[in-house]
Structure formats: structure tokens, C-alpha cells
Design a protein around this ligand. Structure first.
Ligand code: GDG
Length: 465
């Protein structure tokens, strides 16, 4: 029987499988849970020399195969081109994006080495599903090895507009490499449109039937949008379980009836945390009745701390929180609780349920699973309100129930917070109901099924032999 092979930069270890803090890992684990398959990628280990060994482990029923990276590969491929060039540019931070052609060569070489290591583990009728910006040229590397499997690619982060993409010097090569997939999936219609704009207008490739791009080599690539979802029932169950009860009790004791606004993000400059803290301060300045009556809890586990932009955002956030707290704190009230740590998933979900407002305001985000998890974790009889950035992919699906904000507009964010904190129960229930229905209809299972069904659809061509 053919299997599903998932390829992503990083494969969770057995221990991380239980408490992973990345959106991709959450999505991949859920997608593989009910299907025989293999998850292949980097182990997370950095060695002096890459040894081309593949190690195997299991996460529940899922087989995992991993390899290490050499120090140089890590610097060029991971820290360099993936997270120093692609991530910032794809999130519209061209001020933080730098380019070094040696790093790009390293990025291509790691994709090629990974493809060579995977090849012996793959049967000809297996389907390959490649994830995210680290692995854009993976299909091209496979094709060069003669692999003719169906290969799909899903981009978890935004795909930028042409003018931004072109600031990455090898933009043409990257997009041409995407032509070696059979299916390209994006989070939103807007992302898919940006890709098609570039491919049709800049590269002059024809689009057939609205969704199949005819590439220079004659191959047809199907292009679509597949917003990643969650498992709402699972989240509801965990949020209401008593695994987080102790934590919530401690929190409530400290809050003493104050309202709680919660934000949870990997510590990343794309998540808009500084702007968010400033907007919260604007609320305290402009609506005095909230002073002493509300707390903001920001949970932000560290991420990519060896990339310079990340060290900077951490310092900036600490100083912004420090400044706001120094200005407003009273003996019995701390306005911002900023925690640079992770929680167990069930604990996190219980904290979502115990908060009156979910404050999710990235400057750019492919989807943002936290927004969806916040909604699913609520008590349906007394749900919290969601304030959500218009620049999160999730805004496409949640705009009927969330208060949508522009994260660059501090006054508008402060007004939105004020509105969310004072929202009557009937309105909260109505908005929550609309969002929850949408999340149930478009769960992560539907995301996986739709993507794989489209990957199986014969594309509009026979791949030239
Ligand atoms: C990328 C894209 C896209 C966070 N802190 C803890 C913790 N988390 C979990 C959250 C959520 C996940 O991590 C974060 O997912 P996001 O979607 O919010 O963001 P990214 O990590 O940037 O993910 C994003 C996603 O891929 C999927 O396609 O939505 O746009 O950037 O599940 O709950 N989990 C635990 N403890 C923590 O402290 N257990």
C-alpha cells in the first residue's frame, strides 16, 4: 500500500511530539495521526560534520526518519537563507532580510542532500507532501534524482507580493523550482494570488482553467489555497479538562476578579508584540476605568534566538513591558505579565478559556493557529471575545465573529480592546457561535483531506519523460 511521506525542515522528537510549540508540528502530527506514513527531516541536532546517517523513531503510530545538519549547513541553510532571508521577506520585513549567495548555495545543497537521503525510503507510488519555506526546492532535487512520485508543497507562511518577492535576488530560481511540484498549496486566496501574479506576469507562464500553471518545461502545477485548521473538539475537551485547573486557580487568585487579556506567540518580530503592548498602554491612557481592572498576559516562548533579529525583538519587548509596568504598576496590580516560557498544551488551552479577551495581532501571519485555538477553547455559555489582526490569514475565516484590527493603528487597537472587554454576553455568544461553526466545518482533517485529494487529481499533463 502506498504511504504518505511528510517532509519538513524539522521533525519533532518523541518527547517534543507531546508538547511542541510550533504551528507546523501541531498540524503535521494531527494530519498523520490517522494515516500510515513517514515524517522525514532534520533531527534538530547540529554536528561538526554531516554524516549522512538516518535515524528512526516513532511518535505514537507515526514513523519518523531524521538526519543531523553540519554546523555550516545550519548556518547557511537554516539560520541564513531560511530564517535570515526568506522568513523576514515573506513577512514583508525586507529591512531585516539579508542575502548572501553562499547561504543560498547551502540552502540548495541541504535540500539536495535531504532528497538523496529520503530516496531509498520512498516507493514509487508513495505521495510526498513537502512543508514550508525551508524546503522550496525539494521537489526539484527529487526530480533530478529521477523520482516521479506525486509531490505537493504547502507554504505555512504568507507568500509576498511581487515587489517584495523580487527583493530576494534568486526569486526567479525559487519560483521556477516550485514548478517541479504537482500541487502548490497556500494558506489564503491572497497568497495564492500573489504567487500566480508573479508566475503569470513576471515569468509569463500561462494559467489554465484558473488553477493550473503551465510551466516552461510543459509540466502543469495545480495551485490552490488550503487554510490550515484545528481540531475544535479536541481543544474544547482539553481546555475544559482539569489538567490546567491548578494553574488557572493560581492565576485567578492573583487576578482578584480582574479581567484577563491573553496573547500567545512564538517570540517573533512578525507577531506584533511591541505594537500590542503599546496599544494596551494606549487603552490605559485613554480609558482610565480600565486601570487596575485588567491584566495582559503575554506568553512568548523563545524562538530562533541565534538569529540577530530575534535577539533584538526580545530586548525590545522586555524594555517595552518594563517601561509600561514601571509607569502603571500599583502595589496590588501589574498591568502586563510577560512570560518567556512554554506551557503544556492543556495548560495553555485552560488559560485561553480563563481569559476574557484573546488579543492576536500579528503584523503578518500565514494563518495563526492561536486565534483559532482561542475560539475553540472557550466556554460556549460564557465565551471570551477575540481581537484579531487583519494581516493574519485567520482573519479571512474569523472576520464575522472577531473584532478585526489594523495592528499598526494603536488607537484602533485600544478601542477594539475596550469594546471586547465590555462586550455583552449575548453578543459574545453570537460572535463565538459563528466562529466555532466555521472552525468545525473547516477542521485540520478537512485541510489534509482536501490537499491530498487535490494532490491525487491527475494534473493537466503527463510529466515529460
Ligand atoms: C506557522 C505560521 C501558521 C505556542 N506557545 C506554546 C504553544 N504554542 C503553540 C500554539 C500554536 C502554535 O504553537 C503556534 O502556531 P501559530 O500558527 O500561531 O504560529 P507559528 O509557529 O508561527 O506557525 C503560522 C502555522 O505555521 C501553521 O500553518 O498558522 O502562520 O507562521 O498551536 O498553541 N504550545 C504549547 N506551549 C506553549 O507555550 N504546548
Amino acid at each position: 500500500m502506498s504511504k504518505l511521506v511528510i517532509i519538513s525542515n524539522r521533525v519533532a522528537s518523541a518527547a517534543e511530539g507531546k508538547r511542541s510549540a510550533g504551528g507546523l508540528a501541531v498540524g503535521v502530527l494531527d494530519a498523520l495521526k490517522r494515516q500510515d506514513g513517514l515524517w522525514f527531516g532534520w533531527s534538530g541536532k547540529v554536528e561538526e560534520e554531516a554524516d549522512n546517517e538516518v535515524a528512526f523513531h516513532r511518535i505514537g503510530r507515526i514513523d519518523c526518519a531524521t538526519t543531523g545538519l553540519s554546523r555550516k549547513e545550519y548556518d547557511d541553510y537554516y539560520r541564513g537563507f531560511s530564517n535570515g532571508t526568506l522568513w523576514p521577506a515573506f513577512h514583508y520585513r525586507i529591512d531585516l532580510s539579508r542575502y548572501d549567495k553562499r547561504e543560498y548555495a547551502g540552502y540548495l545543497a541541504v535540500n539536495e542532500r535531504m532528497a538523496r537521503l529520503l530516496q531509498p525510503l520512498v516507493d514509487p507510488d508513495d505521495r510526498l507532501w513537502v512543508h514550508d519555506y525551508h524546503m522550496i526546492p525539494f521537489a526539484r532535487a527529487c526530480r533530478r534524482l529521477g523520482m516521479r512520485n506525486r509531490i505537493g508543497f504547502f507554504l505555512h507562511i504568507p507568500f509576498p507580493a511581487e515587489g517584495v518577492l523580487r527583493t530576494i535576488p534568486p526569486n526567479r530560481d525559487l519560483v521556477q523550482a516550485m514548478c517541479d511540484y504537482d500541487l502548490l498549496g497556500f494558506q489564503t486566496r491572497g497568497d495564492a494570488r500573489c504567487f500566480l501574479d508573479y508566475a503569470t506576469r513576471h515569468l509569463g507562464l500561462p494559467l489554465e482553467n484558473g488553477s493550473v500553471l503551465r510551466c516552461a518545461n510543459g509540466h502543469g502545477v495545480r495551485v490552490g489555497h488550503y487554510p490550515i485548521g484545528i481540531l475544535p473538539e479536541d481543544i474544547q475537551e482539553q481546555a475544559g479538562s482539569n489538567r490546567g485547573a491548578h494553574l488557572v486557580a493560581t492565576l485567578k487568585e492573583g487576578l482578584q476578579e480582574r479581567k484577563l487579556v491573553i496573547s500567545v506567540d512564538r517570540l517573533d518580530y512578525s507577531k506584533g508584540m511591541v505594537e500590542r503592548f503599546n496599544a494596551y498602554e494606549r487603552l490605559l491612557e485613554s480609558v482610565p476605568s480600565h486601570r487596575g481592572k485588567v491584566s495582559l498576559l503575554q506568553i512568548a516562548p523563545s524562538s530562533r534566538s541565534d538569529v540577530e533579529g530575534y535577539r533584538h525583538i526580545r530586548r525590545q519587548l522586555e524594555s517595552t513591558a518594563g517601561h509600561i509596568n514601571a509607569r502603571w504598576t500599583e502595589l496590588s496590580w501589574t498591568p502586563i505579565r510577560y512570560m518567556n516560557r512554554t506551557y503544556e498544551r492543556a495548560e495553555l488551552l485552560s488559560l485561553f478559556r480563563a481569559s476574557q479577551v484573546g488579543f492576536v495581532t500579528p503584523l503578518r501571519d500565514g494563518m495563526n493557529l492561536v486565534a483559532k485555538e482561542y475560539v475553540a477553547a472557550q466556554d460556549e455559555e460564557d465565551p471570551g471575545a477575540l481581537v484579531l489582526s487583519e494581516f493574519a490569514g485567520a482573519a479571512d475565516e474569523l472576520s464575522d465573529g472577531a473584532i478585526i484590527v489594523n495592528p499598526y493603528d494603536l488607537d484602533a487597537m485600544a478601542r477594539a480592546l475596550d469594546r471586547a472587554l465590555g462586550m455583552p454576553l449575548a453578543e459574545r455568544k453570537e460572535r463565538h457561535g459563528v466562529m466555532l461553526r466555521g472552525l468545525r466545518e473547516h477542521s485540520i482533517r478537512e485541510w489534509r483531506d482536501r490537499f491530498l485529494a487535490d494532490l491525487d487529481r491527475p494534473s493537466a499533463d503527463a510529466r515529460p519523460t
